[in-house]
Design a protein around this ligand. Structure first.
Ligand code: SAM
Length: 473
């Protein structure tokens, strides 16, 4: 039974509905008239249903695909301009009691070095991240109810927000930890988290149960209903995603959109972000032994179809992707990327000896943040370190209504310029700074009205004058 409003995982992610959707997409993928009408509908920028978007994903007509990519690019420009929000993951602990077959944290892995950061070690990591220029973190941890307790997370969040080193400050802490209770979600909200992120890994229940054979994560329903509990606990920015490579991508794509539709129907606000991670090699994980890996072409098509289907939902691409892949898909709809990421526990402040590897997976983009920022600006993107929406309480439906009306541009563009200026003053190499100064001068002209432009110029001059100032919006 399929019921978008139901609180039960098996009803809002109905296996039958996904199979029907895939059959409908197969029947119609060569129906050019329908595909064209869906592209026209998507041009209204109100999104598409999981069925409609699945037809576009399945379509392999090159002329239609060109139109799909072009529209995705245009929607990305309309909603997000040329801004790319920057963040970094911070791994707190890789202790884990689960048995996930694709993740090196699985409890049978005796080879990986197990670590959990103390508050003092967190301080060191955060100072190293602040010294690069990061303002936004995503906390990561395995699931271990004895070691990685809610008290540990709350204390860690508190520690992170309290560290003010030179001009640095972490202004938004997102968190990607195991599914938990409504009460715990409430505590996370009270501790000031930004987005609660949890990847479904796969929406295919039968595969899910095999891929998560042991541990609390084995419970498909509890995991799939986590975002409902998070929202009940008051967290209105949630981030969903699947790990592409575990099951068939078209199944996952339909599931992702059905999950988004469910959250929108049940809580009036869809997910804040969708992540598109692909499976990577890791300590004792060989990604090639998983048979559902997707090519770069398909990856690009997925990104474009997500952008068209949910125009106002941010999209995150991590350093699991190489510079080349990032370059290829950024313009198709990605709004946030990580830079200079370490997936080891403690890896920012002290490089790990090889025999002590604690990493979750191999990153494909090993550049420094300065290099990533420069590269973005060379392609005419504005790297943004802005966290203003979160700080001003523009989360959940307040954020979405601004975003859907297109008004968010008026906040984001000036704020992106000002936070980029802060970054350039405080952290950039001379070469990056020179490129950034020119970019900012050009971009000031794109601030929509004269009054706002004058305010931005005034603020930029203030930042330039008061190098020591920690700018807050
Ligand atoms: N314990 C949390 C949970 O239960 O979801 C934590 C998240 S884990 C630190 C972050 C994500 O890394 C996982 O949700 C998974 O999708 C991803 N991941 C695990 N193994 C991976 C691999 N070999 N390659 C790429 N991503 C992986």
């Amino acid at each position: 039974m399929y019921d978008v409003n139901s609180k039960h995982a098996e009803e809002f992610i109905s296996h039958e509905e996904i199979l029907d959707t895939l059959a409908y997409a197969d029947e119609n993928k060569d129906n050019i008239k329908l595909v064209e009408s869906l592209i026209e509908k998507a041009k209204l920028r109100k999104g598409l249903s999981h069925r409609e978007a699945s037809v576009l994903l399945a379509c392999d007509n090159s002329e239609m695909n060109e139109k799909i990519f072009k529209l995705a690019e245009q929607i990305k420009k309309d909603f997000y301009g040329n801004r790319i929000v920057m963040f970094a993951p911070l791994y707190l602990s890789n202790y884990c009691v689960n048995g996930c077959t694709y993740c090196p944290y699985h409890s049978k892995n005796k080879h990986i070095a197990r670590k959990q950061l103390t508050q003092e070690e967190i301080r060191k990591e955060v100072i190293a991240l602040q010294d690069m220029g990061h303002k936004r973190l995503a906390l990561e941890a395995g699931e271990d109810p004895v070691r990685n307790t809610m008290d540990y997370y709350l204390e860690s969040i508190n520690t992170i927000y309290s560290i003010k080193h030179r001009n640095g400050a972490i202004r938004r802490v997102n968190i990607n930890i195991a599914a938990t209770t409504v009460d715990n979600y409430r505590l996370l909200k009270e501790a000031g988290i930004g987005t609660y992120i949890l990847f479904q890994e796969t929406y295919h229940k039968e595969s899910y149960l095999k891929l998560h054979p042991t541990g609390p994560k084995h419970n498909y329903d509890y995991h799939t209903e986590a975002m409902d509990r998070a929202m009940e606990g008051g967290i209105d920015d949630v981030g969903i995603g699947v790990l592409f490579g575990l099951d068939k991508y078209r199944y996952e794509f339909a599931g992702l959109l059905m999950h988004a539709e469910h959250l929108e129907a049940a809580f009036g606000v869809g997910p804040h972000t969708i992540s598109v991670p692909r499976l990577r090699d890791a300590d004792d994980i060989d990604s090639s032994s998983f048979t559902n890996g997707i090519s770069d072409d398909i990856f690009a098509k997925i990104v474009a179809c997500i952008r068209i289907a949910v125009p106002y939902t941010g999209m995150i691409m991590s350093t699991r992707e190489s510079k080349e892949t990032r370059e290829r898909v950024l313009h198709l709809g990605v709004s946030q990327i990580s830079g200079a990421s370490k997936t080891s526990v403690g890896g920012y402040s002290s490089p790990e000896p090889e025999e002590e590897n604690s990493s979750q997976f191999e990153v494909a983009d090993n550049r420094t943040l300065d290099e990533v920022v420069r590269w973005l600006m060379e392609m005419d993107y504005i790297p943004s370190f802005c966290t203003a929406c979160y700080r001003a309480g523009r989360t959940g439906d307040r954020f979405m209504s601004l975003c859907k009306s297109g008004q968010i541009q008026n906040c984001c563009h000036p704020n992106a310029l000002m936070t980029l200026e802060e970054y350039l003053m405080d952290y950039a190499s001379p070469e990056t700074k020179a490129i950034g100064d020119k970019l900012i001068e050009r971009e000031i002209l794109n601030v929509p009205n004269e009054k706002a432009r004058a305010t931005v110029i005034e603020n930029l001059n203030l930042i330039r004058k008061n190098q020591g100032r920690d700018f807050r919006f």
